[in-house]
Design a protein around this ligand. Structure first.
Ligand code: FAD
Length: 336
């Protein structure tokens, strides 16, 4: 079988990479073994341009956020449904200084397009806001597990997906092609997430695996909050009174497992109970490992001696915002 591109991995990185190439008229074969996937499938899928108590603008926020909406819309057109669900991301001011700090930041032209103060008290049913609060524009979320499943079906329908474990020892690298099993491709792009630690072609990728957990809760009254709330934990409305609450961060283990823990559950519940005003029950809990790098930056590389081999990885805790922009960048780099 001949193809333009072999793509290894169908997490959010591999999915966006495949889409970027298909949109440019290239053929792809995506190789993935879903059972190994514990990052994208558990992602809450939130895209938020401003993070932290001190209002830090996400790396390359302007580029990421102007790319992601049209990119997910383009995926939505092939899947026949909306993929990116826009929603404000709201936080309380925690002090007067904090409020003043935001007024200063809003004066910056990079920052201003992403922030606003809500009118009235639209979230008072869920949270008290004695000092008021602020929310982001251009934020929202993607139901990542559904996206991966649907995009896989779309690839399968085009005979562009193979459920298999990719084995590096069986890869033959030629001057201007690669061969793996019966597939001959002009180029190959690795989107393996944390499993890139076994990739001999890119041995310098330095990961700091970061375990994350979330819980799903059901409110007694099935109201849907018109924003993602964040106060210690995020509170993401999934509809019909169901909310996802997360996430924990633990980068202290070199070989974390993806088992949910009682400690993770209690950490989330303690933070949530500090402010959520309405009764709820926990209905689910999941964990996964973020492919974070030591530099906390994504990695987009063309192999130094094989220009037909690329890598897209290191998406850390922001894969859903980063992947569209980086996939388009990689397509540009590897096709020129
Ligand atoms: C609890 C939690 C919450 C999160 N919430 C968010 C969020 O709200 N917003 C956000 O942007 N990000 C979030 N993230 C981070 C996000 O999940 C990651 O940034 C993203 O999933 C990384 O995607 P990836 O495609 O690089 O890796 P992965 O999702 O790990 O995908 C890699 C794929 O490659 C496959 N693969 C690798 N090697 C092989 C092989 N040899 N053969 C076959 N298949 C192979 C794997 O099976 C897998 O399917 C969260 C993460 C966690 C753990």
């Amino acid at each position: 079988m001949q193809t333009d591109f072999l793509i290894i991995g169908q997490g959010i990185a591999g999915t966006c990479m495949a889409h970027a190439l298909l949109q440019r008229g290239k053929t792809v074969q995506v190789i993935d073994l879903p059972a190994q996937n514990r990052s994208s499938v558990v992602a809450a899928g939130i895209c938020n341009p401003i993070t932290g108590k001190h209002f830090s603008l996400t790396w390359e926020a302007g580029k990421l956020f102007s790319t992601l909406v049209p990119f997910y819309e383009s995926i939505g057109r092939v899947l026949g449904r909306q993929v990116f669900l826009p929603l404000p991301f709201y936080r309380n001011y925690h002090s007067i200084e904090n409020q003043n700090q935001l007024s200063v930041r809003v004066a910056s032209p990079d920052f201003a397009p992403f922030v606003e103060e809500p009118q009235g008290e639209p979230y008072k049913h869920w949270i008290d806001s004695p000092l008021g609060g602020w929310q982001t524009r251009q934020s929202g979320f993607v139901k990542v597990a559904d996206l991966l499943k649907d995009y896989r079906a779309y690839l399968v329908a085009q005979d562009a997906f193979r459920e298999a474990r990719f084995t590096h020892e069986d890869l033959q690298v030629g001057k201007d092609k690669v061969i793996w099993q019966d597939i001959e491709a002009q180029k190959i792009i690795f989107c393996e997430g944390l499993q890139a630690r076994q990739n001999p072609l890119f041995p310098d990728l330095a990961f700091t695996p970061n375990k994350g957990e979330w819980i799903k809760i059901r409110l007694q009254e099935p109201y849907t909050c018109p924003a993602i709330l964040k106060q210690g934990v995020f509170f993401l409305p999934l509809g019909e009174g169901i909310y996802q609450v997360g996430a924990t961060y633990d980068n202290t283990q070199t070989e974390p497992d993806n088992t949910p823990t009682e400690a993770g559950r209690q950490e989330l519940l303690t933070q949530l109970r500090e402010w959520l005003k309405v009764p709820f029950e926990v209905i689910d809990q999941q964990a996964g490992i973020r492919p974070a790098t030591r530099t906390r930056r994504p990695s987009l590389q063309i192999h130094p001696t094989h220009p037909h081999i690329g890598l897209l990885n290191g998406l850390g805790s922001k894969g859903v915002s980063l992947a569209p922009f980086l996939a388009l960048e990689m397509a540009e780099m590897i096709l020129t």
